[in-house]
Design a protein around this ligand. Sequence first.
Ligand code: CUA
Length: 374
Amino acid sequence: MSRSRLAGLLVLLAVVLSACSGSGPQTALNPEGPIGRTIDDLWELVFIMATVVFVIVQAALVYTIIRFRARKGDDSEPVQMHGNTKLEIMWTIIPVVILASIGYPIVKGIFDVRAIAEGPDVLQVQVTGHQWWWEFEYIDLADETGRTLVTANELFIPEDTKVNLTMTSADVIHSFWVPILAGKRDVVPNRVSNMTLIADNPTAPDAPHPGQCAEYCGLAHADMRFKVHVRTQADFDTWVDGQLTPAAIPATGTAGSGYETFNITCVACHNATVADSDGAVDLGPVRTIEVDGVTFTSSLAPNLTHFGQRTTFGAGTFENTSEHLAEWLSDPSSIKPMRPEFNDIAGGRILGMPNFNLSNDEINNLIALLEGWE
Ligand code: CUA
């Protein structure tokens, strides 16, 4: 092997092996919940058994090649041993035993992981996948007028609680995946799919579990991310109360001007629930779709009622800072690939936020409004 080839091979090896470092946040190898653990345990079992089989087979192969090689001056035929019943029974039974010992836990694991969580203690969340963001509705959590808790891209769940996700898609096939908590589940238009999430421990406020759409769904597929925040039951209840409280209408100042812009521009697609003198009022459209007898919230764009509280925006892609927001509001498609020119609001098909050519003042006012809506 030439020196340059050897160098190339070493570089390739370094690149490939660096994938094994396990330091990435979206890893399924350090599960934080029983379902993720079931999958990880199966992976370990199969990996260990496959490694043992590999080592034994390779060792036998290398030994045989060296020990029984043709020696100089010896032209005789090697010993012929086809039709050896004992050997044939042996190499049939051993793989059967190995496959059965892997197969049983795998099939059991598939059923365990796919079981739909039921019962009064299960938190029900409906998920609608959109090009390119996620909508979450807590169908059992509502204010006194019956308005359910709807949020986007940041899912809050209590620790040690079974969460049943009932999912569908508003457009194309997506796939819901929180590597650290569970496997992937396809989110398919005109179909309902389910998956269960259970998380062991609360996450730090700035370190939620990352999630990712895992089915190619067009331009911004890679930026169709989300976060899962795990809270203690008490903190989760506080969060729910906050979410069900309508946002305040700012009367004056930059936020007040931002509120005017919001009502002219943003409400065509985005909803926000505000506290009016008559009670809670939805500023934007509230849309639903019906799939297999289940009614899903299916908004044109993320609900912004408590936007100021979110750690990210743009479907879990950008840290929620005023700098990022200013970039986004001045031209959304410049930082996230979208095709708003194909939007059809009446038809309910949205492919991203258009550039509204907002002035710097309008942008700063909107940021003041949105950051104030905590
Ligand atoms: Cu949605 Cu990929």
